[in-house]
Design a protein around this ligand. Structure first.
Ligand code: GLC
Length: 400
């Protein structure tokens, strides 16, 4: 682990960038030249072990580009807007120096992780208003009907761009289709957002892509927990009550509208139709402790540890291997990713499933040892795919 720790820190330093007074880390030098929202939260969590000051800079640069309405964009170019990704595309998001969609809200969790290392109350108080504005934006603009589920306006907001969970909401894409077909539909949504919707998220959700995703909402709930904690530390008692209340309301709505047959499913459309595609999303709900002990037990034995579904040689595959959409090197359509493993690891600890969690940690470590810090891995062979020098593997350090 010491050698791994050294390599992880070296990678984060290698991918570090500065822009004026700001400092941030790019996910990978070959393919991802900007700052990304949830990536930076992951970086902050890991950096807090080495240098809380550098971890804070990661979050400060993020909030420096917060929109007036409170949204934090999922990409900040920092003057580097050039083609990126395997497809070498430059996307026009309708904004000058950022994208115009968001990503899973890990900000409060990341801020609290830093505080737990250095107990710097001043930093928490400094960043608290921005954190609040971000979560308040999601509570308001992404839940226009007040049903207590947070909506996303584009699959990319989930962080799992081409996950099969979005095939139906994208207009009934078949389980097997080309990446270019998928990208075309998502780019259409990007264009809708600024051309047709004029960045009006509720309008855009209602008309073009109406999805309530399980990981996004589970991450939101777990982050409300962190926000409650932060509000106590910064002595904002009224907020403690408010966010606790929101946490219960969203957990209840998730139970009412997403839960069936012992599993939480993402939904789409006005009527919350469940998208019954088996992906790691069902385990994301463990991260927010949304299952009872008995439900978690059944979920783990029936699905997680099932060698035909999520437990290949290198778990956890992001899509069940018996799904028609499963593709072991299809980006978010099957491969093992270290960040999703981190969420499942933390979720298992919520239920004291330390042995299984440790297996996930060991398997994640062996993937990096075998194939390096890659973007994602073939869950059956462990072969690395996608970009290299990718930072997410550093999260293994926080599997404790
Ligand atoms: C890909 C991932 C997304 C991530 C980004 C940068 O688009 O799907 O989750 O934030 O790369 O690493």
């Amino acid at each position: 682990m010491d050698e791994f720790k050294k390599q992880a820190y070296e990678l984060l330093l290698k991918n570090r960038k500065r822009h004026g007074d700001f400092q941030y880390t790019i996910p990978s030098p070959d393919n991802y030249p900007y700052q990304w929202l949830w990536d930076s939260c992951f970086h902050a969590i890991v950096l807090s072990y080495f240098s809380p000051e550098d971890a804070k800079k990661e979050l400060l640069s993020l909030i420096s580009k917060q929109f007036e309405n409170g949204m934090i964009p999922h990409m900040i170019y920092w003057g580097e807007h050039k083609p990126f990704g395997d497809e070498n595309i430059t996307i026009d998001w309708g904004k000058e120096d950022t994208s115009s969609i968001t990503q899973p809200p890990m900000l409060a969790y990341a801020a609290l992780s830093i505080y737990r290392k250095d107990h710097d109350k001043k930093f928490l108080s400094q960043i608290y208003p921005s954190i609040k504005r971000f979560y308040n934006y999601l509570l308001k603009d992404r839940d226009p009907r007040g049903h207590h589920l947070i909506g996303i306006i584009n699959p990319d907001e989930s962080g799992e761009d081409n996950s099969p969970r979005f095939d139906i909401p994208l207009g009934n894409l078949p389980p097997q289709h080309s990446i270019s077909e998928n990208i075309e539909r998502r780019l259409k949504l990007v264009e809708m957002n600024y051309k047709t919707c004029n960045f009006d998220a509720p309008f855009c959700m209602k008309n073009f892509f109406w999805v309530k995703d399980v990981p996004f909402n589970a991450i939101f709930v777990a982050n409300l927990d962190a926000l409650v904690e932060i509000s106590k530390i910064t002595e904002n008692e009224e907020d403690t009550l408010y966010y606790n209340h929101q946490k219960s309301a969203i957990s209840r709505a998730m139970r009412d509208l997403m839960f069936e047959d012992g599993i939480y499913w993402s939904t789409y459309g006005k009527e919350y139709v469940k998208i019954k595609v088996k992906t790691w999303a069902m385990f994301a709900a463990l991260f927010a402790k949304l299952y009872t002990d008995e439900e978690a037990e059944n979920l783990i034995s029936g699905h997680l540890l099932n060698a035909n579904e999520f437990w290949p040689k290198f778990p956890v595959s992001t899509v069940a291997m018996d799904e028609p959409s499963f593709n072991p090197f299809g980006f978010w359509r099957g491969p093992t990713w270290t960040a999703t493993n981190w969420f499942v690891y933390k979720g298992l600890l919520n239920y004291s499933k330390t042995d299984i969690a440790n297996k996930i940690k060991e398997s994640s470590l062996s993937l990096v040892e075998k194939s390096g810090f890659r973007e994602y891995y073939d869950p059956k062979t462990g072969e690395g795919h996608g970009t290299t020098n990718f930072t997410w593997g550093t999260l293994i350090l926080d599997m404790n």
